[in-house]
Ligand binder design. Structure first.
Ligand code: NAI
Ligand code: MG
Length: 321
């Protein structure tokens, strides 16, 4: 029995995750789902966004399907997602970007860099420490190289011309690529952000540090129709969590108009990760058929609601099975 923890989170997480879960259950009736509450809504209600018990529940799952959580500006609030990524040691954030003429995987280091959580505020300045460790870089480089070995090549996104921490990162990635026999090039992250939009076919697997990968993947979403399209995996040695790249979208939450594709594709990634790429392909193909039939949510220029779009994918999934 495979146990899937389901975390809706906040905002449109409550709308897109149930759609993805229903499709997942349709392709794999053997999966067992259990809900875990995490996020700002829970914090408002109970004073805690995520606690030790939550972490233990998430650890007990074979995989986690996650929506999105709201991070309020409140200085006393600890980001639930950062807490989970750290507690479960989900060091690799894998973000595939596929569309017409685009087939890129961004592999983002997910536990350190500028998001290492080492920061403080003084009267006249505030400091955030950017930590790039040998161990952290080696394991993300290996993850990226193993993906690139089955594809074409690796690009190392960096700012080593300015940041010493990135010189270490580049050296380690280069060495791992040579060891894996993967052709690799380096690109400065600012130039790369433009080039990925102008010449997406130049890119295959891109490995980079935490915040650069965060920004680069939102930028690259432009190539395939926006944030509503992109799934991601947060993967560690023992645990894995799959979630849309987008956030809780408070500007459209509660209206039933969010695009559920990113969440549905995250469910498909979850299946591939748990050893069932065939069912994942059934889901991916169903999404393509629905889009080809001209059914779209508003962000893609259509007028289908979240549920309506999900129902169309579900129909295609059942036909494709
Ligand atoms: P966001 O991704 O929530 O929204 C950015 C823009 O994209 C908004 O205009 C939104 O309406 C649109 N959008 C996003 N997903 C969409 C979808 N599925 N369908 C249609 N339109 C969609 O990012 P934003 O506004 O910067 O952050 C909102 C909240 O989400 C914040 O509290 C932030 O901290 C949190 N967040 C959480 C993430 C996570 O849980 N992994 C990731 C990013 C942000
Ligand atoms: Mg982001």
């Amino acid at each position: 029995m495979t146990g899937i923890a389901v975390v809706e989170g906040d905002g449109i997480g409550h709308e897109v995750v149930p759609v993805a879960r229903e499709i997942l259950a349709a392709v794999r009736p053997d999966l067992e789902f259990f809900e875990v509450e995490v996020g700002y809504g829970r914090w408002e209600r109970t004073g805690s966004a995520c606690d030790e018990e939550t972490i233990a529940d998430l650890k007990s799952a074979d995989a986690i399907l996650f929506g999105a959580v709201t991070t309020p500006p409140d200085p006393g609030y600890r980001s639930a997602l950062l807490q989970i990524r750290r507690a479960l040691d989900l060091y690799a954030n894998v973000r595939p970007i596929r569309g017409e003429g685009v087939d890129i995987i961004i592999v983002r280091e997910n536990t350190e860099g500028l998001y290492s959580g080492i920061e403080w505020t003084e009267p006249d300045r505030a400091c955030t420490v950017r930590v790039v460790s040998r161990r952290g870089s080696e394991r993300i480089a290996r993850c990226a190289c193993s993906l690139a070995a089955a594809r074409r090549h690796l690009t190392i996104g960096n700012k080593a011309n300015v940041l010493k921490s990135d010189s270490l990162f580049v050296d380690i990635c280069r060495r791992e690529a040579a060891r894996a026999g993967v052709p690799c090039t380096t690109r400065f992250i600012d130039a790369l952000s433009l080039d990925i939009l102008m010449h997406p076919a130049r890119y295959d697997v891109i490995v980079t540090t935490n915040i650069f990968g965060d920004i680069l993947s939102d930028t690259a979403a432009y190539l395939v129709g926006g944030l509503g399209m992109l799934p991601s995996g947060n993967i560690g040695e023992r645990h894995a969590l799959f979630e849309p790249v987008h956030g809780s979208a408070p500007d459209i939450a509660g209206q039933g108009i969010a695009n559920p594709i990113a969440a549905i594709r995250s469910a498909a990634m979850l299946l591939t990760h748990t050893g069932d790429p065939e069912s994942a392909a059934v889901i991916e193909e169903a999404i393509d058929r629905v889009l080809n039939a001209g059914i779209r949510t508003r962000d893609l220029g259509g007028n289908a609601g979240t549920r309506e779009f999900g129902a169309a994918v579900l129909r295609e999934v059942l036909r494709g099975k």
